[in-house]
Design a protein around this ligand. Structure first.
Ligand SMILES: *[C@@H]1O[C@H](CO)[C@@H](O)[C@H](O)[C@H]1NC(C)=O
Ligand SMILES: *[C@@H]1O[C@H](CO)[C@@H](O)[C@H](O)[C@H]1NC(C)=O
Length: 281
């Protein structure tokens, strides 16, 4: 497995610098000729410049699935109902407007009971609170999108261009579009693996798990059924930006991908910029 992981790293970051000239310069902040010929370019920076090789879309999907697996939360956008029900304390003027709120999520599909699992297809598991605006809007008919980003790793990541300071804009973010699928009530026995998976990244959520005694809020398990995936890998000259192939998103697993998807690698074969060892799961 180590050697496969290494091969993944190589594919993403260690191609010879000469191939960098194949990258279109259209959106570059510095063009690669300037970078490679800079007298200030030290050996360590030459390594940084290797990241100027743009990953393929399949490699971007591996990074995206890894980001989902490592992300404990994300911003869920929903739309307020239009009109706002008269009994609501929500201002009538926000009817039909989107609201983004951060929610706890986890990539726990493989911990769902067998008859519910979607086969590790990148549908995130969500712990939904009935009182929360996000889930009230969904209850009133809104679909949702979930945004994840890697921006809190900016101080660990290597600058993309030598001479440019740390740049959150160079780090990936992704928006998953779809609709909420509330899961049926699970017996304690069936919920055990899911709870274990979810509480690994959210130990505090133990207090408001569905059915938790004395819980301050009624909650339920749900998942986002992903229908479209929008990816911004970073700066457009060195990363992919656009709509991801959803078959690839769904077909990538931790250790391998489904038959016919990409080159067979899984998200454990790649690393995100500036990953700390504690990020590994
Ligand atoms: C929500 O998503 C479902 C499934 O993709 C779609 O059929 C429905 O029209 C969407 N509803 C709204 C309000 O966009
Ligand atoms: C999406 O990926 C699948 C699997 O690799 C491939 O068969 C399909 O042709 C791709 N779709 C598009 C629109 O590229």
């Amino acid at each position: 497995m180590l050697s496969r992981a290494f091969a993944g790293l190589l594919a993403l970051s260690a191609l010879p610098i000469a191939s960098a000239s194949a990258i279109p310069h259209g959106q570059a902040i510095l063009n690669t000729d300037e970078i490679t010929s800079s007298p200030l370019l030290q050996e360590s920076e030459a390594t940084d410049a290797n990241t100027l090789i743009r990953p393929t879309w399949f490699e971007s999907a591996l990074l995206a699935r890894r980001m989902l697996a490592l992300s404990p939360s994300g911003v869920v956008s929903t739309i307020f109902p239009d009109p706002i029900p008269p009994s609501s304390r929500t201002p009538a003027s926000v009817a039909g407007l989107p609201i983004g709120l951060r929610e706890y999520i986890a990539d726990c599909d493989t911990s769902l009971p067998e008859d519910l699992s979607h086969g590790d297809n990148g549908d995130p598991t969500i712990l939904a609170l009935r009182v929360a605006t996000t889930f009230k809007n969904i209850g009133a008919g809104s679909n949702l999108s979930l945004e994840l980003d890697w921006w809190d790793h900016v101080d660990k990541a290597i600058p993309v261009y030598p001479g440019l300071p740390w740049s959150p804009a160079a780090l990936p973010r992704i928006t998953l579009f779809g609709y909420l699928d509330p899961l049926p009530q699970l017996s304690n026995q069936k919920a055990a693996a899911l709870e274990k998976c979810f509480l690994r990244s959210h130990p505090d959520a133990k207090v408001w798990l569905p059915g938790a005694p004395g819980s301050p809020h009624a909650s339920f398990w749900a998942r986002l059924i992903v229908t479209q995936v929008y990816w911004i890998g970073g700066f457009g000259d060195v990363q992919q930006i656009g709509w991801m192939n959803v078959t690839e998103w769904k077909g990538i697993g931790r250790w391998e991908s489904a038959a016919g998807v990409g080159d067979g690698r899984g998200w454990e074969d790649v690393r995100l910029p500036g990953e700390k060892s504690e990020d590994s799961i």
